[in-house]
Design a protein around this ligand. Structure first.
Ligand code: ASP
Length: 356
């Protein structure tokens, strides 16, 4: 160690003390609520000395391969045409490298594929049929992603689309303005339906189910990695890519500071480059919780802080600092939780929220 190194590490410690940070990193994994098994597996691997990226990928693979999770990997809810399309990203703190894939239709573990894009190519992102082709070239079997359950769900949704005046993905989106009396229009189409039922049906059509898994890890050496993997928004237009595979939105890692990821409505996350924003906020001294809440405030601002307009938005951020401090935040007050493992059994902890 040179005298300059000694000086710099001393300065870093002083800085850490001022901001209330613990000095030494520790093994810890956090994840979206569906990540109890992921964080457990990732922690087991961290304890065995595995690389942080290998640990989080092995964790989320459980969810990707679980047909009962209809928001990730195999069994993910399909797009408009009835095909699931998967998005995933990975970021490796020690090498500062990253990779991602989008709109993958025949590889059940897109997080592994994203890592291969990172390791085996000079590129960062591969999309669509060429990402599938790359998967086959890398030795993955070309497998269908649909299950009986996800196919049935698609058929039911398709039935509900028979009336072309109903909801579709086409036309101005949520970001174009608050919906103007949508129920009045629906009432004309379904004059006999009662108002509550119409309101419920409208909400279901307007908010296609989403879901994703993000997993972040830190080890005792201070190394960090993250991954996010998803089947994206159900019933999306084929080719729609959400935030999950976008480096800086779905995931971001700078182990000099920390890591962040997101689940929920990807369009809103992309508009604020959420994961990068959260990491930058931590770099400038915010706690993980405040860093996430600030990102949510930027989303609320994009909706002119109009709570009626924002009702349609569901989004979470997960933040892990390089000293092991962590938090998860969600836009709306409720029972949202996230998964944590700091060395024992994985557990759920409550998310902080921005709006009542
Ligand atoms: N963020 C994902 C997307 O927009 C979906 C989700 O997390 O629910 O594709």
């Amino acid at each position: 160690m040179t005298r300059r190194d000694v000086f710099l590490s001393g300065a870093a410690l002083a800085c850490a003390a001022q901001s209330g940070r613990a000095a030494a990193p520790r093994n810890i994994c956090i994840s979206s609520a569906n990540g109890l098994r992921a964080t457990q597996r990732a922690m087991d691997l961290l304890k065995q000395g595995a690389d942080t990226l290998d640990a989080v990928i092995a964790g989320v693979n459980i969810q990707e391969l679980d047909p009962e999770d209809t928001s990730v990997g195999y069994g993910g809810l399909p797009n408009e045409e009835g095909y699931a399309e998967l998005d995933a990203s990975v970021m490796h703190g020690p090498t500062r490298r990253c990779g991602s894939v989008a709109a993958v239709r025949s590889c059940r573990t897109p997080s592994k594929l994203a890592k291969l894009v990172m390791e085996q190519t000079d590129h960062i992102m591969l999309v669509g049929p060429n990402a599938d082709r790359f998967a086959v070239e890398m030795g993955f079997p070309a497998e269908s992603l649909e299950t009986e359950k996800s196919r049935l769900a698609w058929l039911v949704w398709k039935q509900s689309m028979r009336d072309k005046a109903g909801h579709s993905n086409w036309g101005p989106g949520l970001d174009s303005g608050p919906p103007a009396k949508p129920l009045a229009g629906l009432k004309k189409i379904f004059p006999h339906a009662d108002d509550d039922l119409l309101a419920w049906a409208y909400q279901k059509a307007l908010h296609p189910p989403t879901g994703t898994i993000n997993c972040l890890a830190l080890n005792t050496k201070g190394e960090m990695s993250g991954t996010t993997t998803t089947s994206g928004m159900a019933w999306k237009i084929p080719g729609r890519v959400g935030d999950s595979p976008i480096i800086g939105a779905g995931v971001y890692v700078d182990q000099d500071v920390g890591a962040a990821g997101s689940t929920g409505r990807g369009e809103e996350n992309i508009r604020i480059a959420g994961a990068h924003t959260v990491v930058e906020n931590m770099r400038h001294g915010m706690s993980p919780k405040d860093a996430g809440l600030d990102a949510l405030k930027r989303i609320a601002r994009n909706f002119k802080n109009d709570k009626d307009w924002l009702k349609a938005v569901d989004i979470q951020f997960y933040a892990l600092r390089n000293d092991g401090e962590y938090a998860a935040v969600t836009l709306w007050k409720g029972n949202a939780r996230f998964a944590v493992n700091d060395g024992g059994q994985s557990r759920h902890e409550p998310c902080a929220w921005l709006l009542d």
